[in-house]
Design a protein around this ligand. Structure first.
Ligand SMILES: [Zn+2]
Ligand SMILES: [Zn+2]
Ligand SMILES: [Zn+2]
Length: 156
């Protein structure tokens, strides 16, 4: 067959390459990926490196770039478990112990709650978000339902 395609243009590097320089699509015998093998491997490597250069903050629970953390030990090149912002908040704000993760966190890491003495929820925001889902805050603001929920009360 003369019209059979034996070369293909890579959408990433824009080079025209032979078909065997492309991976076949998953579960396909005839279809090839739009990116050449070289670019696929490069992309994988970059993704890997990106993952390694990020870290989850123990306080706010966000996954942040390493530069958002102070170095804890210069020799071992280890970063603190808490991001710079949370670290700063810890110096300037009141701390409150989370009922769920038992960690002390600055008060801005807690949602407001009308029925508790300190007007703050007993679990920290990351714990609430994990437990209740992202839109948790909207939910408590829209409804009074929580008052009847024992999980929201104090000292149970
Ligand atoms: Zn390529
Ligand atoms: Zn943080
Ligand atoms: Zn917590």
């Amino acid at each position: 067959m003369s019209g059979m395609q034996i070369i293909k243009k890579c959408i990433k590097c824009k080079k025209t390459k032979k078909l065997d320089e492309f991976y076949k699509k998953y579960r396909s015998k005839t279809k090839y990926m739009n990116m050449c093998k070289e670019c696929v491997q490069l992309k994988r490597k970059q993704q890997q490196e990106n993952k390694l250069s990020k870290k989850k903050c123990e306080c706010c629970g966000k996954t942040l770039q390493l530069q958002e953390y102070d170095i804890n030990n210069a020799q071992s090149n280890k970063y603190k478990d808490i991001c710079k912002q949370c670290f700063k908040d810890m110096q300037t704000m009141k701390l409150k112990k989370c009922d769920k993760c038992r960690k002390e966190k600055p008060v801005n890491q807690y949602y407001e709650c009308r029925i508790t003495e300190d007007k703050l929820f007993k679990d920290c925001k990351p714990c609430c978000n994990t437990y209740w889902g992202r839109n948790y805050r909207d939910e408590i603001e829209q409804t009074e339902r929580y008052i009847n929920n024992p999980l929201f009360g104090r000292g149970i």
